[in-house]
Design a protein around this ligand. Structure first.
Ligand code: GLC
Length: 632
């Protein structure tokens, strides 16, 4: 896009309704003089909260960025663990290095230096969280491997700056790539593992900047051929562009892509959900809750939630989306109610319930969030779960049942059970279906959706265990030579032709069609740690570590066992690098990891708002459901 074109696009933007509302509200976000000056340009005029020219107060983000370097002395880094009630404490590690910790029981990571080089780190502290995570009282001394050192270098090189401040990481930095397409942009979903790696290392500034700048993009006037998608949508990605204002002056602008340039014009539904999840993670890992409490940030959460909870024609509590609206951002038969979106939706709902301040203006939304959480978890636990017993039930289903208490509610014909599944399903273990619609079950195993269900407690504790049992039993299929298959199995022959539209990039066992994506390691690690089985993650990580550096950090691998670097795979893919580092850091810091997952919420299990009493004409379908949602 030419600079003129871009500037025209920027100057066309009238203030949105949100903008007007925000203008009339009394809050202001104060930026330091430098940033405030450089950002007083069109793209941000949408969001007055950021673009007030007020320098009255030291802005909280800059207080934070000033604070973090204080936590990190030249020789020693300390990450204070905190909850909302943290108290600042001072931990003396030696007389010359004073380190500020933030919790009564801080986790201390000491970088061990030899000359200029970091050669390892020592971790101490931690406590038992629930029953599922082990205490790390002992001091570990861990030496950074060559792969880790290189990974940090690549991650630092991938950092994108805007007006001098770090705001994200590019998707890939492949020097040999002559046609980067949009891989030179900051993708919201791709940045999450980078953000976690930085946070776990004690660097919060880039994450804070990312969250605030993407918040500005949310209120952007977005159009696809003169149609405006809903307010609250977060872009799939953004790029920092330098545009000439006149002969002598240039300005940097952030240019978002809401799908209007994306291949296939796919809707980035997962972006807003990841944004909310990252916002909570930022608070949990830094102890800086002031960010989520800001009025503009609260408004951002509400806009995303309102968009997700808006009434439509849906019959189910699951979120109805078009194909390719998440990590798999191409046609792959994942329209309707795909699991990945549901698990992210569920955790975004839980995060929002935790972060929204309850007052007169938010109480209805908070109530709607709780009700949706409860209905969504029931629906997924009850109808998406498959194991050998359930497959046998489906195999014997009666069809064409017309009644409110039908067994085969979705009218699934037993012939739909794919032959591969009958042999594949292990005695122990199970998983959540890829998708469920009227008369259709997608029996493919989708990795991210299943892992994130474990992490967020969308699935029951027993189901969580069973999902990891399945991974163990099917190790060669899901992990093979390179963790982890994005889904299993591949669509082949007519399925590939009809469902992908003969997509040459998504041929069987490649890319989204059952390619292996090392970035998924961090979600796997979190799921394993939550379930007290870190050794599974360690095994997968060791496998990845053997190849990733030598293979130059590919985006994905191909073939049934993940043996070859993907045919069109980018090299030096940032989220491959960041996923690897985040897994390493999570395993080394179990207490930090425990801040990123959710335990069962028993309160949610009690909520039922349908109003149908057992004695009424009709029964509540939940009560009538045969299975116990807690124990299944
Ligand atoms: C591909 C992936 C998508 C990712 C993007 C940038 O399009 O499918 O999930 O965000 O590349 O890495």
């Amino acid at each position: 896009m030419s600079a003129i074109h871009l500037l025209r696009k920027l100057s066309r933007k009238p203030p949105s309704r949100l903008h007007r509302n925000l203008l009339s509200s009394t809050f202001s976000m104060d930026l330091p003089p430098d940033l405030a000056r450089t950002t007083l340009i069109r793209p941000f005029s949408n969001h007055p909260a950021i673009f007030t020219n007020s320098h009255r107060l030291i802005p909280s983000c800059f207080r934070q960025s000033n604070l973090l370097p204080n936590l990190v002395s030249e020789k020693t880094k300390s990450i204070g663990l905190s909850s909302r009630e943290f108290s600042t404490s001072v931990v003396e590690t030696n007389t010359s290095d004073r380190v500020v910790g933030l919790s009564p029981n801080p986790l201390v990571i000491e970088r061990i230096h030899k000359g200029e080089e970091t050669i390892g780190e020592s971790v101490s502290g931690g406590e038992i969280i629930g029953n599922e995570i082990k205490k790390s009282e002992e001091t570990l001394v861990r030496e950074e491997s060559e792969a880790e050192k290189e990974a940090w270098r690549i991650l630092e090189d991938a950092v994108v700056r805007y007006c001098g401040s770090p705001v994200g990481t590019v998707a890939a930095n492949d020097p040999g790539d002559k046609l980067p397409l949009n891989y030179d942009q900051v993708f919201i979903r791709d940045f999450v593992p980078s953000a976690l790696a930085f946070l776990l290392k004690g660097e919060g500034e880039i994450v804070r900047n990312f969250l605030l700048h993407t918040l500005q993009l949310q209120s952007w006037e977005k159009t696809v051929d003169c149609y405006s998608p809903g307010q609250g949508l977060m872009p799939a990605s953004f790029k920092v562009r330098t545009v000439a204002l006149d002969e002598n002056t240039t300005e940097e602008v952030l240019d978002p892509d809401f799908g209007e340039s994306a291949i296939g014009r796919v809707a980035p539904v997962d972006s807003g959900l990841w944004w909310i999840i990252l916002l909570r993670a930022y608070g949990k890992l830094t102890g800086d809750f002031s960010l989520q409490e800001r009025i503009d940030v609260q408004t951002g959460i509400k806009l995303i939630m309102n968009l997700c909870l808006a009434d439509g024609f849906d019959m189910f509590p699951t979120l109805l989306v078009t194909d390719g609206s998440c990590m798999i951002d191409r046609r792959m038969g994942i329209h309707g109610h795909p699991l990945e979106i549901q698990s992210l939706f569920y955790s975004a709902l839980r995060c929002s319930r935790e972060m929204l301040s309850v007052n007169d203006s938010s109480s209805n939304l908070v109530r709607a969030i709780s009700n949706r959480l409860s209905a969504l978890s029931f629906h997924i636990r009850e109808y998406y779960w498959v194991d050998i017993k359930k497959i046998n039930e489906i195999y014997r289903y009666k069809t064409e049942e017309y009644s409110t208490d039908a067994t085969n509610k979705f009218n699934i014909y037993p012939e739909q059970i794919p032959p591969w599944l009958m042999d594949w399903i292990p005695e122990q273990g199970g998983y959540l279906l890829g998708n469920l619609q009227p008369a259709h079950m997608d029996f493919r195993f989708f990795t991210l959706g299943n892992f994130w269900s474990v992490v967020s407690s969308l699935s029951t504790p027993k189901q969580n265990e069973a999902i990891l049992n399945l991974i163990e039993a099917k190790w060669d299929d899901i992990i093979g030579n390179m963790p982890l298959k994005i889904c299993y199995p591949a669509l082949e022959y007519d399925d590939w032709r009809i469902i992908t539209g003969s997509d040459p990039k998504n041929t069987p066992w490649s890319y989204h069609n059952s390619g292996s994506w090392p970035t998924l390691l961090w979600q796997f690690t979190l799921a394993c740690m939550k379930m007290g089985r870190p050794e599974l993650a360690e095994k997968a990580l060791a496998l990845a570590e053997k190849r990733l550096m030598a293979d130059r950090w590919p985006e994905y691998y191909d073939t049934r066992s993940g043996k070859f670097i993907g045919k069109q795979s980018r090299l030096y893919q940032t989220w491959t690098v960041a996923g690897f580092l985040t897994s390493k850091l999570l395993l080394a810091n179990p207490e930090m990891a425990s801040k990123l997952f959710w335990e069962e919420d028993y309160e949610l299990l009690d909520i039922c708002v349908c109003g149908l009493s057992k004695s009424g004409r009709r029964k509540c379908s939940r009560v009538a459901a045969k299975t116990q949602i807690l124990v299944r």
